[in-house]
Design a protein around this ligand. Structure first.
Ligand code: SF4
Ligand code: SF4
Length: 429
C-alpha cells in the first residue's frame, strides 16, 4: 500500500533554517543543499513542521470546497472542533443550517458518531483479556506514531473505527434510505477537518477496505464561508443530533471523560504523548484502563487547519455544551461488539498497518545498519548541532550507516580532524 502524506514542502519558500528539523518528533526531516526534505517513510503527518515554519514553506494538502463534485449528493461531516470556532454559539443548529446553506445536501455530525464510538468503547473495556491500558485509535497521528516508534504497543490500540469513518458509513446509509433514487456512487461524503493527518487517513486506505469518507476540506476554508452565510436572526430548524459527549471529543479529556470510568489518562502535544507511550512501554502505567492521546496541544481544537486558538475554542465549546443534552445517540445493547464497527481483521488492516517501517528491508539488514550506526555514533561529538542536516548525532549516525549521508558531513568532526592535522604538522616542522 502507498501511504499518501498530507504535509508537503514548498522548496522555493524553504530557507533551510532547521526549525522544523529540530521539532519533527520522528526525525523525518533532513536539510540537504540548503532545503528541508521530508522522509515519507517516517513522517506521521503531525503538522508540527507547519506550525514552526515561519516562512510558510510547509503546508497541508486537502481538498478545496470549489473542487467538490457538484453533481453528487454532498454530505458534510463536520468535526466537533468546527462548533468551537464561533463566538457565542448557543445552538449547534446554526452551524448545521449554515452547512446546508453553503451547498451541502445533508449533514452528519462526527460528534454524533463520537457518541456511538463512546458507547462501543465502554462495551469493549468490559471484555476480559485486553492489553491494558487500552489506547484510543481516534487520532491517526498517534496510530502511526505507535506503528513507527512503539510497535509493541500496537495491540493496545482499540479496534474501533474512528468517529469520522463511523460518520461516513452512517451518513451514506441514511442518504440511501431517504433517497432511493440515489446509488452509492452518487454520494460524496466530505469531512470538515481540523488537521492534515485525517487527509492522509482518508487517502491511504488499503486495498479491499471500504471507504466511507471521500473528501477532506479544511475547517478554516469552511469557516470563512459559514461566517458570511450563518444568519443568527433566523432561528434554524432543529437539525443537530449531537450531545454534550460528542462535542466534548474536540478537546483533550473529552473522549475519556465520556467513558464514566475514572481509570483513564489523557495527554496531548506530541512530546507529552511520546513520554506517555514510553511509560506504557516500560510498564510504568499499569493502574489505568484507557489512554486518550492527542497529537495536537489541546486535542483536535489544536489542529493546524482550525481557525480559533485551541484554548479559546475549548471555552467556546464549554459554553455550547451547557445547552446540550448529555448524549443523543445510543447503540442498541447486544452481546459483544457489533461486527460492522469492529471487524476481526481490523487489527491487521488500516489504520493498524501502515507503510513498513524500520531501518532496513529485512531484519538482518536492519540489525546490521543499527549496529553500524551505534559504532559511528560513539565517534561523534554528541552536540546535536544540526549542521550536518540531521536533527541529532544519533540520527546522523543512522543516515551514514544507511548510506544517505557521509561521515565528513559532520563539521565538528571535520574541524577536530583539521585541528589534529595542523597540530601534527606543527610538531613535524
Ligand atoms: S522551518 Fe523547515 S521548511 Fe521552514 S524554512 Fe526552515 S528548514 Fe525550511
Ligand atoms: S508532519 Fe510531523 S512527522 Fe511529518 S515531517 Fe512534519 S513534523 Fe515531521
Amino acid at each position: 500500500m502507498d501511504y499518501t502524506h498530507s504535509v508537503s514542502l514548498d522548496r522555493d519558500k524553504c530557507k533551510g533554517c532547521t526549525n522544523c528539523l529540530k521539532r519533527c518528533p520522528t526525525e523525518a526531516i533532513r536539510i540537504s543543499n540548503g532545503h528541508a526534505k521530508i522522509n515519507s517513510l517516517y513522517c506521521i503527518d503531525c503538522g508540527e513542521c507547519i506550525r514552526v515554519c515561519q516562512y510558510k514553506a510547509k503546508r497541508a494538502i486537502f481538498d478545496k470546497l470549489s473542487e467538490l463534485p457538484k453533481d453528487k449528493y454532498l454530505i458534510a461531516l463536520p468535526a466537533p472542533t468546527l462548533f468551537g470556532q464561533f463566538n457565542q454559539l448557543d445552538d449547534a443548529d446554526y452551524v448545521v443550517q449554515g452547512l446546508l446553506d453553503i451547498g451541502f445536501n445533508d449533514v452528519y455530525e462526527v460528534a454524533k458518531a463520537a457518541e456511538i464510538s463512546t458507547e462501543l468503547t465502554r462495551r469493549y473495556l468490559k471484555k476480559s483479556g485486553l492489553n491494558k491500558p487500552v489506547i484510543s485509535s481516534a487520532c491517526p497521528v498517534i496510530v502511526r506514531l505507535i506503528k513507527l516508534r512503539f510497535p509493541t504497543l500496537s495491540r493496545h490500540l482499540i479496534p474501533i473505527l474512528p468517529p469520522i469513518e463511523i460518520a461516513g458509513k452512517y451518513a451514506r446509509r441514511k442518504a440511501l434510505a431517504e433517497h432511493p433514487e440515489l446509488s452509492p456512487e452518487d454520494i460524496c461524503t466530505v469531512f470538515i477537518s481540523p488537521c492534515p493527518a485525517k487527509v492522509s487517513w482518508v487517502k491511504s486506505v488499503i486495498e479491499g477496505q471500504e471507504i466511507y469518507v471521500d473528501r477532506v476540506v479544511s475547517i478554516s476554508e469552511v469557516y470563512m464561508q459559514l461566517i458570511s452565510k450563518m444568519n443568527r436572526a433566523n432561528i434554524p430548524e432543529a437539525a443537530s443530533q449531537a450531545g454534550n459527549i460528542g462535542i466534548s471529543w474536540a478537546s483533550t479529556g473529552g473522549e475519556s471523560a465520556a467513558l464514566m470510568n475514572d481509570r483513564y489518562l489523557a495527554a496531548d502535544g506530541i512530546e507529552n504523548v511520546i513520554k506517555v507511550l514510553d511509560e506504557i512501554e516500560t510498564g510504568n502505567i499499569s493502574d489505568c484502563d484507557f489512554v486518550e492521546l492527542n497529537a495536537c496541544s489541546g486535542g483536535c481544537v489544536g489542529g493546524v487547519m482550525a481557525v480559533e486558538n485551541p484554548y479559546i475554542a475549548r471555552v467556546k465549546l464549554q459554553s455550547l455544551r451547557r445547552f446540550l443534552p448529555i448524549s443523543r445517540n445510543h447503540v442498541p445493547l447486544e452481546d459483544g461488539m457489533p461486527e460492522d464497527y469492529v471487524p476481526e481483521e481490523l487489527m491487521d488492516a488500516a489504520p493498524f498497518t501502515y507503510m513498513p517501517t524500520g531501518a532496513g528491508t529485512d531484519r538482518l539488514t536492519s540489525m546490521r545498519i543499527l549496529m553500524e550506526a551505534k559504532r559511528i555514533e560513539d565517534g561523534l561529538p554528541h552536540t546535536d548541532c544540526g549542521a550536518c542536516g540531521s536533527p541529532t548525532c544519533r540520527a546522523f549516525a543512522y543516515d551514514v550507516a544507511s548510506g544517505s549521508a557521509h561521515i565528513d558531513d559532520c563539521v565538528v568532526r571535520m574541524r577536530e580532524k583539521l585541528h589534529a592535522l595542523l597540530e601534527q604538522r606543527k610538531g613535524d616542522s
